[in-house]
Design a protein around this ligand. Sequence first.
Ligand SMILES: [Mn+2]
Length: 372
Amino acid sequence: MKEQLAQLLEKNNLQVIIITDGYNIRHLSGYRGHTGMLVAYGDARYILTDSRYTEQVEIEAPSFSCIDVGREGYSKTIAGLLQKQKASVSAGGLTLRIGFENKEISYAQYQAFIDTFAKELSEVQVELVPLDDAVNAYREVKTEDEIAKLARAEQIGDDAFTEIVKFIRDNWENGLTEQRVALQLEYEMRLRGAEGTSFDTIAASGKNSSLPHAMPQPKLLADGDFLTMDFGCMYEGYCSDMTRTIHIGKKVDPEQKKVYETVLQAQLAALAVVKPGMVCSDVDKCARDIIADAGYGDYFGHGLGHSVGLFIHEEPRFSMKCDAVLKPGIVITVEPGIYLPGRFGVRIEDMIVITEDGYRNLAASPKELICV
Ligand SMILES: [Mn+2]
């Protein structure tokens, strides 16, 4: 199959493409530094960066030529490269169509492109062409190698969860804060080879658990609390994501039990319909209907899930408005929740990979309610 950059140039009828999104640069070239731009035209492939990263580019993206933009800056360096390209297109009286990542670059950077190209390439017509999601689309279906890294990242999360349950069981009665739980989770993941977290770790107990994206507080875990832990790590640049809600103390009140069971049934029902060909919004609806039927429809506001890869939130998503169709190789979360304001919340999340005939769950941690 043709190289993705060549496809992007051809499909979008571009003479030049400028990639500014760090994850897309990594995907297309291998370069992991987040400072730089990728520029491609014809057979030319460049990574532009500054002196801090030039050696890294040579190691990670050996098939690209590295240019240190130095004091000249990005726009002028690109204009300099395009002088050659200009000669070949202007002969035919064409417009130089330059694809750029309109959803990613800043207004200031866009303005710098416009001004610099107008000045430095004044003899040709330059057209900046927004790429929208054209590059991201290539990241939706993961390769075997990417799936292996995502699976390893999720496994590190599973192992950290096993450890954290023991840690909480042994320590909560002597005083354990949400912040301490978050720290311990991160420590356990790092200990197992994680490069870092894939997002800010959530450890939310009692009333705080009704906030889907709560920040860990110096609040002590208390008897009767639900504790929601949503966490993930980076492994070789790939993210993991999982959530488990456990109960502090042995006495679960009937409504806590009902909410937990409803979220679990919603998650299992969604998983049961997941396979290639399913429309994402239909999978979301499957979980949402169960939560609504139990009377909690107003308390599940977010989407059912999101894809995961180099970045923690990718497309497609399990949401009411996503009409994408599932394909083998998509790695996506399934994470219904119910959040009762001022009271408590529950979320259960697995990360799965779509296979030829269904899915494989990359998370292995138990989902029956754990009471510590
Ligand atoms: Mn998630």
